[in-house]
Design a protein around this ligand. Sequence first.
Ligand SMILES: NC(=O)c1ccc[n+]([C@@H]2O[C@H](COP(=O)([O-])OP(=O)(O)OC[C@H]3O[C@@H](n4cnc5c(N)ncnc54)[C@H](O)[C@@H]3O)[C@@H](O)[C@H]2O)c1
Length: 259
Amino acid sequence: MNVMELFSLKNKVALVTGGAGNYGRSITEGLGEAGATVVIASRNLETIEKTAAGFRTKGLDVHGMQADQADTASVLTLEENIQKQFGRLDIFVNNAVSRPMKGYAAPIEQFDESMKVNATGMMFILREMTDLIIRSGGGSVINISSMMGMYAPIYSNYEGIRGMGDIAPDYCFHNAGLIMLSRFMAKTHAGKNIRFNTVSPGGLFNNQPEKFVENYCKKVPLERMANNDDIKGLIVLLASDAGAYINGENILIDGGLNA
Ligand SMILES: NC(=O)c1ccc[n+]([C@@H]2O[C@H](COP(=O)([O-])OP(=O)(O)OC[C@H]3O[C@@H](n4cnc5c(N)ncnc54)[C@H](O)[C@@H]3O)[C@@H](O)[C@H]2O)c1
């Protein structure tokens, strides 16, 4: 098949959780530009619909739906609505994240709150959307983890910056778990025409304090933080037939920071 056809997502339906967020918007844009119909979901219906409408003005077929990952009933409603409105799901980008824990010594209840969304809730939505993809004939699941699910924090990046550097441990814990869970899913669903891969990004530039950006970029061989385009190609590769033989993999995308 022609290579550009291999990358095409025409006639595919994708779900991106947290699609109004920082990486979520880039992921949605990439999938939409490759031809997919994209459903973006998060808790605030107004925000998600406004984001979706913004994408539609650029000619992308993006739809907003409400879902709270911590609430099983809400996830089941999302699944039903996708089924009802589009009749299928081919691609799930498991991207939403909640960051309720505010540092190493924060009240342990904040760790628990994080797990409700990022571990238990995440497992539930992953299982449900996997079932929907299998019922649709197969497809691709892309789990978004982080370089912080693979490597310990680089504390020197935060030197000299007030209010940064007290890294919350829940984030490293659930992102590391997701990398393994993704491999588990790949083997558990063998023979069902579904692939599971993880993308572990580095820091996205988002107007962080200048000193932090300087500290960070000094360590990156490409001398910059990630930009909004960096994740798009990899997501489309993993979502499309161009990545048809990539399964159970975790791909670090950090500009060489952890090389
Ligand atoms: N931003 C970065 O620099 C960075 C770096 C490495 C990895 N990542 C990973 O990228 C992914 C997205 O991160 P981001 O920085 O873009 O996050 P973000 O905070 O910008 O967006 C997160 C999204 O998740 C949604 N969300 C939170 N709780 C939810 C819930 N209970 N139900 C449904 N939706 C919920 C939010 O509404 C938001 O849309 C995460 O998996 C994160 O680990 C981000």
